[in-house]
Design a protein around this ligand. Structure first.
Ligand code: HPA
Ligand code: ZN
Length: 328
């Protein structure tokens, strides 16, 4: 109880949250009504009962279907502002948020509406609540390389509204190197680079190696299987690589025959780990405070370790040292 209050009060930063994954069922119904979209559920309770996932693909199906109510600039404003207000209420000072433009472009939503609405919400949340934020464009790795390149090209005129690019969606048979040209182009435009290496996927260790060595990412999202490779741990530590871990999606990984909690294992290896919410609206409204409480219990984190994680998180920010210091 004391621990939960301690976690709730801690100043926080969040780096692994998909804006579309913060679309709560209540907002889905409100936007569906406003936009005249028919939903296949009678009410919020019935919709929430459909949120049952047993792996990444079954989650992604529900997650992408949920986006059909997001159509206008105002919808993206409302989505982003609601997340930032919720994060602010949990003492998040600063967030870097993912979005999935391909899913919106492919539904006929102009990229200007998507980035425009999110950017306006970020500005309002900073002015009214004081919460800072930046935006990361994710490539959907299970769509074609051409589809991702078209989205990047459509977004590059707005590159001053972005801080980086990432890689998400279904990892199976979609290695980071499939997007080597995209990452290179984004970097040339001044953007940072991160990639999901989801936990316990096919070829996870090879994907981690590609991300760390071939793409030379600036950060890794999830990445728990690195605990199975002393060689990759060494490379990550040399690069002072940050890992954005989400307890909601990270089960245990097996190391030398023993199941290990990802947060516990990374801390014990001296890796730079932060705790994040990922897709809170689909995980029983588990935002960052709930995610940290879950991690505390599962990994038996001490208060000193929680403070270290909090410092790691601030250090993970894609901000100038001066702006980072402003959040300390
Ligand atoms: N993994 C991969 N893709 C995603 C996720 C995730 O956790 N959330 C939203 N898209
Ligand atoms: Zn994610």
């Amino acid at each position: 109880q004391d621990m939960a209050a301690f976690i709730a009060a801690m100043p926080k930063a969040e780096y692994h949250v998909h804006l579309e994954g913060t679309l709560e069922a209540e907002m889905k119904f409100a936007l569906a009504e406003r936009n005249g979209v028919k939903l296949p559920y009678a009410d919020v309770a019935a919709m929430k009962r459909s949120y049952v996932f047993h792996d990444l693909p079954t989650f992604l199906k529900v997650y992408y279907e949920g986006m059909n109510v997001l159509l206008t600039e105002r919808d993206f404003y409302d989505l982003c502002y609601a997340y930032l207000a919720k994060a602010h209420s949990q003492n998040v000072l600063y967030a870097e948020m993912f979005f999935d433009p391909q899913q919106h472009i492919d539904r006929g939503v102009p990229i200007a509406a998507v980035i425009g609405g999110i950017t306006r919400a970020r500005a309002d949340a900073e002015a009214k609540l004081g919460i800072g934020s930046q935006l990361i464009l994710c490539f959907m790795r299970d769509l074609t390389a051409d589809n991702a390149m078209a989205a990047l090209d459509a977004a590059l005129p707005y590159k001053d509204k972005l801080v980086g690019v990432g890689l998400d969606s279904d990892e199976k048979d979609n290695p980071p190197t499939k997007f080597a040209a995209h990452f290179a182009k984004a970097r040339a435009a001044g953007l940072k680079v991160t990639a999901h290496c989801d936990v316990n996927q096919k070829d996870t260790l090879e994907h981690l190696r590609e991300a760390l060595v071939d793409i030379a990412v600036d950060r890794i999202d999830h990445g728990g299987n690195i605990l199975q490779s002393p060689e990759l741990i060494g490379i990550a530590k040399t690069k002072d690589m940050a890992f954005t871990v989400c307890p909601s999606f990270s089960g245990k990984v097996v190391v030398d025959g023993q199941p290990v909690e990802v947060v516990r294992g990374m801390l014990d290896q001296g890796l730079k780990v932060s705790i994040n919410s990922d897709d809170p609206a689909y995980m029983g409204s588990s935002y960052i405070t709930e995610a940290m409480i879950e991690a505390q219990v599962r990994s038996r984190l001490t208060k000193a370790e929680l403070v270290r994680i909090s410092h790691n998180a601030l250090d993970t920010a894609w901000l100038t040292p001066e702006r980072k210091a402003g959040y300390l």
